[in-house]
Write a protein that binds this ligand. Structure first.
Ligand code: S3P
Length: 169
């Protein structure tokens, strides 16, 4: 399969880049968070609150498995925590090429400081939380990725040019 899968921390631009890239590459777009919300008929915030994070993580794995049934290749943005599971990294390897959109904690904080839709960032001191989660997660993003793109200070067009060049090799 030749899906293009975008991974990276919350706020790194996966869905914005993914939607634009899908248009450019003439491939449909999907997003694991949106697929899960649609299937569950509720929001990510409520899933975390009412069913807990482990239930959500199981839904992510199920969602990845369903992507194998799609008849076409997609541009797929996956939730920021999805690549932490080894099973998910192995599923992504079979699904296609994985691109890690790597952003600095400062860039993420600037983008997400007023966001209320990410349950994991709602507590005290989001700046520190972002920094420590990125430190902890980046080895897994790197392990999952076939391509790493640094996004800080770049326009969406620049990021897409780099992705297109890398995935067409
Ligand atoms: C999460 C990232 C979110 C969403 C959920 C948990 C995470 O997706 O799946 O809030 O653990 O990083 P985005 O990366 O699309 O924000």
């Amino acid at each position: 399969m030749s899906n293009v899968i975008l991974v990276g921390y919350m706020g790194c631009g996966k869905s914005t880049v993914g939607k634009r890239l899908s248009y450019r590459m003439k491939m449909p777009y999907t997003d694991t968070d949106k697929e899960i919300e649609k299937k569950q008929g509720t929001t990510i915030s409520l899933i975390f609150k009412e069913q807990g994070e482990t239930a959500f993580r199981d839904m992510e794995t199920e969602c990845l498995k369903r992507l194998f049934e799609y008849k076409q290749d997609y541009v797929i943005a996956v939730g920021g925590g999805l690549p932490m599971r080894e099973e998910n990294r192995s599923l992504m390897r079979k699904l296609g090429t994985t691109v890690y959109l790597r952003a600095k904690p400062e860039t993420i904080y600037e983008r997400l400081k007023d966001d209320t839709t990410r349950p994991l960032l709602q507590g005290e001191n989001p700046q520190e939380k972002i920094r420590s989660m990125i430190n902890q997660r980046s080895p897994f993003y790197e392990e999952a990725a076939d391509v790493v793109i640094d996004v800080d200070g770049k326009s969406f067009d620049e990021i897409m040019d780099e992705i297109e060049e890398a995935v067409s090799k």
